[in-house]
Design a protein around this ligand. Structure first.
Ligand SMILES: C=C(O[C@H]1C=CC=C(C(=O)O)[C@@H]1O)C(=O)O
Length: 417
């Protein structure tokens, strides 16, 4: 549940002091959501709203609109992400022990379309008014510190158990219980006390610039999948499903992409994921467009089948409203959704936490960007747990799916390598 929110005073001003956004990440409790050098970095936690259970999205949307309604905002930049903003991360499952959070930072450093700004947020009605603060605190926090090296070992789901579970999922699919089930596994490691997370996060962002690199309440990663982006009434998403390893040279790499594009199994897996997002957005949008064929998205570790969706919202839905409607897509759960969720619960047998849940930000106007938390790990005290999964459809091969999860772990494993 949300704690009782205070009235917040917010000042956003343009700044010339921000060169590289990522230099502002703090060593402990980093808060960030960036892609290609743009996005938001939070410094310090002013307010934390917590939610649990099946109504976590509706409760978050209601608490957020109340906070936004009473906030006193002085915003001379006026762009999506300026003014009052929270970064959030939500649990995958209704029954998860992991709490879902919206975090309002004390300071937000932002960059978008070549414009940089700083937002200071304070509680109470008088502080934080223009002139009361000139914005940026001591910083930037240079990316520094020692490399955090950890060795991941299988977690609650061993590799052997994963292949067994994929085979069990295939039996359910052949019985007609579901058309697609996404099966995940975990790997974990001990972290040194007070590990400085700036280097792993910066290295994720540098190696995977086209993905959303995030750090919210200990959940860190680089996700290629946009769950939903809301910007002044426009809505967009990038659906991914269907994967192949990159080739070792130009020829084998081109062949890998070609084989993926012509694979009926991957095309089916992708079509189910796309349909789940289109079906969820259609009643809320006009002019909803998606290409008739996916394209091959190139990442350093993988090829993915990808489809971009764009439309206009026909109702005043905020990003928080939409993540509650869209989650979980067939890219992380399966099809039909209720059957896939039940089967994941039965077959996987571990708590996914916030892996595969929405992670992103929302502003007071309901604008926001939310990724599906993939290629990520949760830092909880001295423990780090990484997650990766694969979509199982008729024709999937358990060994290949295991190999695919290894490639999906790579961003996190290398960031801590
Ligand atoms: C479930 C994951 O990826 C999803 C997103 C893209 C491709 C996927 C696949 O090909 O199986 C998965 O649906 C993960 O990275 O843990």
């Amino acid at each position: 549940m949300a704690s009782t929110p205070d009235i917040l005073s917010i000042v956003t001003r343009p700044t010339a002091a921000v060169d590289r956004l990522l230099d502002w990440i703090t060593p402990q409790h980093p808060i960030a959501f960036v892609r290609d050098g743009e996005g938001l970095v939070g410094i310090g936690e002013l307010l934390r709203l917590e939610f649990r259970g099946a109504d976590r999205f509706t409760a978050a949307a209601a608490a957020w609109s109340e906070l936004a309604r009473t906030a006193i905002v002085h915003d001379s930049v006026k762009r999506p992400g300026t003014g009052l903003v929270a970064l959030g991360s939500f649990a995958f499952a209704d029954s998860s022990d992991s709490v879902s959070v919206l975090i309002v930072p004390r300071i937000v450093v932002g960059s978008r379309d070549g414009i940089q700004w700083v937002t200071t947020i304070t509680t109470g009605e008088t502080s934080g008014l223009p002139g009361a603060s000139d914005g940026l605190p001591a910083g930037p926090h240079e990316p520094a510190g020692d490399l955090v090296h950890v060795d991941f070992v299988p977690g609650e789901m061993s590799t052997k158990n994963f292949t067994k579970t994929v085979k069990a999922a295939l039996r359910e699919i052949s019985r007609g219980s579901a058309a697609k089930i996404v099966i995940a596994r975990d790997q974990s490691a001990e972290l040194p006390a007070d590990a400085d997370l700036r280097l792993p996060i910066t290295s994720l962002a540098n190696r995977y610039p086209d993905t959303f690199t995030f750090a919210v309440d200990g959940l860190i990663g680089s996700s290629p999948e946009t769950l939903v982006r809301v910007q002044n009434g426009a809505v967009s998403a990038r659906v991914l499903a269907g994967s192949a390893a990159r080739g070792d040279d130009r020829i084998s790499d081109g062949r890998a992409a070609g084989t993926l594009m012509s694979s009926p199994k991957d095309q089916k897996e992708h079509a189910l994921a796309l349909a789940s997002v289109m079906d969820a957005l259609a009643p809320l949008s006009s002019e909803l467009h998606a290409a008739s064929e996916p394209f091959a998205l190139q990442l350093p570790n993988l090829w993915h089948l990808a489809t971009d969706i764009e439309g206009q919202l026909s109702q005043r839905s905020s990003g928080l409203d939409l993540i509650g409607i869209l989650h979980p897509t067939a890219a992380v759960a399966g099809t039909p959704t209720p059957d896939a969720i039940r089967l994941i619960d039965e077959l996987e047998g571990f708590d996914r936490g916030r892996y595969a849940g929405p992670v992103g930000w929302v502003d007071a106007n309901g604008n926001g960007e939310w990724a599906v938390a993939l290629r990520c790990a949760q830092v909880s005290g001295a423990r780090i747990t990484a997650y990766a999964g694969a979509g199982i459809v008729a024709g999937s091969d358990a060994k290949k799916e295991l190999a695919e999860t290894e490639l999906k772990f790579r961003p996190i494993v290398e960031a801590f390598g």
